[in-house]
Design a protein around this ligand. Structure first.
Ligand code: 3AM
Length: 188
């Protein structure tokens, strides 16, 4: 069995910016720079045949590349406690469209639908017991964070192996997107 998810890998310069952003978080387990990603869809434990079906469906997905900028920070909380902090994205219809196509492709491959709303984010750090209120200063200080835009030219099927030192993510298949349409020329 393999634990799988579909995500956008971050370019190295963006990962460097994100790693800097995560520094100085109180009581956090930071995501190692090489693991920083934007999840399009968590698939979960999958056997070999189902993984091949998922990869096959994803390979037939037709979507165009786009530019994406990261913007702002936030926290996911439950029960008054912060569970993770993340960097957000600027609104990007092409990103939402890609996520829906990934969902559709996986549904055709027999992966159960995820009913949660897609909230695009790059997780920077996780907490086991931090009080959400202590994060206020960090959230306020980094609210204007912005990185990119960078070109999204493909997406990746990752395997997540749960190790003692945390999760290790391994890219299994990279799926290219159609080249982005050239920006319209301005002026005469
Ligand atoms: O992109 P983030 O860090 O928000 O939390 C896991 C991570 O999300 C999430 O999948 C991403 C890649 O590991 N994840 C892990 N288990 C999950 C589950 N059972 C899950 N998402 C939904 N359901």
């Amino acid at each position: 069995m393999q634990r799988l998810f579909v995500a956008l890998a971050m370019p190295e310069d963006i990962r460097d910016r994100l790693a800097g952003l995560g520094a100085g978080l109180p009581g956090a387990r930071r995501v190692p720079p090489e693991n920083l990603h934007l999840t399009l869809r968590f698939i979960g434990e999958t056997d070999g045949a189902a993984a091949r079906d998922a990869a096959d469906a994803l390979s037939r997905l037709d979507a165009g590349g786009f530019d994406l900028a990261l913007s702002g920070v936030g926290a996911f909380e439950s029960g008054g406690r912060a569970r993770s902090v993340w960097a957000g994205t600027e609104p990007r219809p092409a990103l939402d469209a890609l996520q829906r196509k990934v969902d559709g492709a996986l549904a055709r491959a027999g992966v159960a639908m995820d009913t949660r709303k897609f909230r695009p984010h790059v997780t920077l750090a996780r907490f086991s017991g931090a009080c959400a209120a202590r994060l206020g200063p960090w959230l306020a200080a980094n609210g204007l964070f912005r990185a990119g835009p960078f070109a999204v030219e493909g997406f990746t099927l990752f395997e997540s192996a749960l190790g003692r030192g945390g999760s290790v993510y391994r890219p299994l298949v990279e799926f290219p997107l159609r080249p982005a349409a050239p920006a319209p020329r301005s002026g005469p």
